[in-house]
Ligand binder design. Structure first.
Ligand code: KG4
Ligand code: ZN
Length: 373
């Protein structure tokens, strides 16, 4: 079957096509056909973060174009986009969580298509999309999905601009949230931290680059230098629960950095980027492995924009060496970013597993901006 995925929960408008088929051994094989993304970063950059009204306007202006581009990539021989619906078996759209007025654009666009072409419409959680993105191969590459027994039970760390979650995954669709952030998300802390350091939005990739510069320059005498510099806190590192808190870390950075003269700020900008990245990733890694120690799991799954952070990947990989049978599943870097392909995949799995296919009706879909999974 072919699934059309649509994603507009934040500042990326995305449309994807995914082919999903049963193999002879009754497992599933998947082949991504297209994953078109229009990013609004340039629009929001001057405001230092996503402005919901602008996001909504951009989604509604761009979605037709993004849809046509995805159709051209997936079905180059089809000239009339309407003919594509002869090939599509179902639609999947992000209906939660996210910015309400942004979600509405994708949901209403897909409701109209579902109604016009009489195709089922599956509502998908953006978080579930990130969680399953490790399964996605490159465009036009076919892979068989690993057997469930090879992955689950698993601990999933989902870290994005809006969410920081630790989830116990018992099977596809069977999720138990163990902990979440009590205030800012990890990505938000990278973004706000970057703003404090006078850097632009989104902060994560820039902080990561400056941190890397710092590491390279201080390869030989790093620890000696660092001892003299102010350190940042690792909030909730040792608490008994699986929750996170990042707003205090941001405030600590603000106070430490504000105290400095302009000259010192310039000299220490890379150091503070390094220290911020270390503090955020220390907490994420510690809490993830605390869950691994307390639950008998086969794997760790990572997903979300912050998983593009190479230092986080490195630390998870290092710590996983203490657990020889533990597998670590990471999405390809390009699938860390918001995209509709992960939504198509989550939608396909939900659709195939459901015994109530009639429920996937466009009239029943609601936008649930604050619901997680
Ligand atoms: O998942 P995502 O694309 O959008 C949301 O669902 O929020 O995540 C965006 C977040 C931003 O906060 C961005 O700064 C962060 O992911 N990010 C990174 C990196 N690349 C993106 N954070 C740390 N290191 C990176 N390399
Ligand atoms: Zn996301």
């Amino acid at each position: 079957m072919i699934v059309l995925g649509i994603e507009t929960s934040c500042d990326e408008t995305s449309v994807a096509f995914l082919e999903v088929n049963k193999t002879a051994k009754k497992s599933l094989k998947i082949k991504p056909l297209a994953n078109t993304i229009s990013s609004q970063i340039a629009i929001h950059q001057k405001y230092g973060g996503v402005v919901p009204k602008l996001a909504c306007r951009e989604h509604s202006e761009n979605i037709d174009f993004v849809f046509s581009e995805a159709v051209k990539t997936a079905f180059p021989r089809i000239k009339n986009p309407q003919k594509v619906f002869d090939k599509i078996d179902c639609l999947a759209v992000t209906n939660r969580p996210g910015l309400e007025i942004a979600l509405l654009i994708g949901v209403n666009f897909s409701r109209a298509l579902s109604w016009c072409f009489d195709k089922p419409l599956v509502p998908v959680s953006h978080i579930e999309g990130h969680l399953l993105s490790f399964l996605l191969p490159a465009i036009n590459q076919t892979i068989a999905l690993p057997k469930k027994e090879e992955i689950f039970p698993a601990i999933a760390l989902i870290v994005s601009g809006g969410h920081t979650l630790l989830v116990k995954v018992n099977d596809y669709g069977k999720y138990q949230v163990l902990g979440k952030t009590r205030d800012d998300a990890a990505g938000e802390c990278f973004d706000k931290g970057a703003r404090i350091l006078g850097l632009s939005y989104p902060g994560g990739p820039i902080i990561a680059q400056l941190a890397q510069n710092y590491r390279e320059k201080n390869k030989t005498n790093g620890d000696k230098n660092r001892k003299k510099l102010p350190s940042l806190p690792r909030p909730m590192l040792k608490t008994k629960d699986y929750d996170f808190s990042f707003s205090g870390l941001k405030t600590a950075l603000l106070y430490s950095y504000q105290k400095l003269s302009k000259k010192e700020q310039k000299q220490l900008q890379e150091y503070f980027a390094f220290e911020l990245e270390e503090a955020i990733t220390d907490v994420l890694v510690e809490k993830t492995f605390k869950a691994v120690k307390n639950f008998p799991v086969k794997s760790i799954i990572l997903g979300g924009g912050v998983v593009a952070n190479l230092r986080l990947r490195e630390k998870i990989g290092e710590k996983a060496k203490d657990f020889p049978s533990l597998k670590v599943f990471l999405p390809e870097l390009k699938y860390c970013q918001d995209n509709a392909l992960m939504i198509a995949l989550a939608g396909a799995l939900n659709y195939l597993q459901s015994s109530k296919k009639k429920d996937f009706n466009w009239q029943k879909i609601k936008v649930l901006a604050n619901e997680i999974l």
